[in-house]
Design a protein around this ligand. Structure first.
Ligand SMILES: [Cu+2]
Length: 495
């Protein structure tokens, strides 16, 4: 009888005592995963489908300071690729991305999640101020036919967050099948700013998937019987924005604010406009930057979010500007970069007046209280004897690897020692400031509160975090979801 991966981890067979792989382009060691020989989506027309904007989540009722929602997770068949049959997705309310929450900070949201899917699920509000019971722990599963009520007591702070599945060892497949949605938290101060609002404040979830000729999404398994996903990360050769493949979006000659989410399992993007003009970044995941920052390339790792403004008043009616991906070499990605270099196109269709503007000073200066304190914990991310490890260990639900103190500013150090691999690291429970990367200041658009830090090859980053919402157990993991599903995940307990 052969042991399953889960049983091997339980038996300790995948931890410790194994020689580390030689440092270098670790991709060469993963040739047992010949994705490129197996997978190729049918041709997908480029810029032929209009961008879909997910509908807003509407409360079923509101009482006092609380909004009540109900979401049903179910199988649906939806048109995705023109010319192909309908595609089966797993969606919140049967759509992907799910409904967008535009939540007023300071109010409570109570969300009943009903599971009508054939699999266990867990819902994580990524970047929310969640108690341990409401955080969507990977083992806090809702079985098929079951439901769970999540209570979100969001403090009044600007947040561009998202909700997605987090079921143990199946998160990659569940998100790839469609279980993801936007969740924005606004503040009174933000609502008073003259930034683009309403239909000019547009969510963009960028994802990549693989499709079969019958229209279905095929989440590839290395070992279908064991539901063993590919360890390197699952990519796709079709880029989707809000569930629409390489869409076009008709814009007016004015400013638009985009909430960009990299909702891909493993793909890193470097966003750029085809005409070379810069993108204006307003905010990280949790805060405005002190001042807007212009960049002609915006790298965005899985699960990172940025608020970006593009001013289309600079372009004549009839202009077509592509949003491109210049990140060509994600380790483990088997696809021709030509297939994944176009994301979407903006078609400038008409004149418009533009009452919006970007204030010269947007956000407060970051609070570095506690930044000079000692490093309280070092976390080393490695590929270790064929397993993804944190401090030489894989996930164990019965183990806590750190006990940070409640409400005490804490410095953690993240070390990527896994050769050529990238790891977007996400501690649950609290946003943080990146203090430095390899001893240098973080990138200009990273200088506000974040909840993911993208570690490049051999990169070392220090973060400053003050856990101040709830005490209790939380997970931290790599947000390359197949790395996470292969147990590059740890637990800490806030005490
Ligand atoms: Cu990783």
């Amino acid at each position: 009888m052969s042991l399953t991966r889960r049983e091997m981890i339980k038996a300790g067979l995948l931890t410790g005592g194994v020689a580390a792989l030689p440092v270098g382009r670790a991709i060469a060691t993963l040739r047992d995963e010949p994705l490129d020989e197996m997978l190729e989506s049918p041709p997908v027309p480029t810029f032929a489908v209009p961008l879909r904007i997910p509908p807003l989540a509407r409360p079923v009722r509101s009482e006092g300071n609380t909004d009540y929602y109900e979401i049903t997770q179910r199988v649906a068949r939806v048109p995705i690729i023109p010319g192909l049959p309908l595609t089966e997705i797993w969606g919140y309310n049967g759509i992907t991305p799910g409904p967008t929450f535009r939540h007023v900070g300071g109010r409570d949201a109570i969300v009943k999640q009903i599971n009508r899917l054939p699999v266990d699920v867990s819902v994580h509000l990524h970047g929310g101020d969640n108690s341990p019971e409401d955080d969507g722990h990977p083992l806090d599963l809702i079985p098929p036919g079951g439901s769970k009520v999540y209570r979100y007591t969001e403090e009044e702070s600007l947040s561009t967050i998202w909700y997605h599945d987090h079921a143990i060892h199946e998160t990659g497949r569940n998100v790839y099948m469609g279980l993801a949605g936007h969740f924005f938290v606004s503040t009174e101060e933000e609502r008073a700013l003259p930034l683009p609002k309403g239909r000019f404040d547009v969510p963009l979830a960028i994802q990549d998937k693989f499709f079969l000729k019958d229209g279905s999404i095929d989440y590839p398994y290395k070992d279908p019987e064991e539901h063993e996903p590919f360890q390197q990360g699952v990519f796709g050769d079709v880029i989707l924005v809000n569930g629409t493949p390489k869409p076009f979006f008709r814009v007016l000659r004015r400013k638009y604010r985009f909430r960009v989410l990299n909702g891909s399992n493993a793909r890193i993007y470097s966003l750029a406009l085809s005409n070379g003009d810069p993108l204006t970044v307003l905010a990280s995941e949790h805060d405005f930057l002190q001042q807007a920052v212009q960049t002609d390339r915006l790298p965005i790792f899985p699960s990172e979010r940025y608020q970006v403004v593009i001013d289309f008043s600079k372009y004549r009616v009839g202009s077509k500007i592509e949003l491109r991906n210049l990140f060509e070499d994600v380790p483990g990605d088997p696809f021709d970069p030509d297939k994944t270099s176009q994301i979407m196109r903006f078609d400038v269709v008409d004149d418009a007046s533009d009452p919006s503007s970007i204030p010269a000073d947007l956000g407060p200066a970051p609070d570095f209280t506690g930044a000079t304190g000692p490093v309280r914990k070092e976390w080393v991310f490695e590929r270790n004897g064929g397993a993804w490890t944190i401090n030489d260990k894989v996930f164990d639900e019965d183990r806590f690897d750190a006990l940070p103190k409640f409400n005490v500013p804490t410095v953690w150090r993240f070390v990527n020692q896994s050769g050529g691999w990238y790891h977007p690291i996400h501690p649950h429970a609290e946003e943080f400031l990146i203090l430095d990367r390899n001893g240098k200041r973080p990138r200009p658009w990273e200088r506000a509160m974040k909840d993911v830090v993208g570690l490049g090859p051999n990169e070392v980053a220090r973060i400053l975090v003050t856990f101040h919402h709830f005490r209790g157990p939380y997970v931290m993991h790599c947000h390359n979801i197949e790395h996470e599903d292969h147990d590059m995940m740890t637990q800490f307990k806030i005490v």
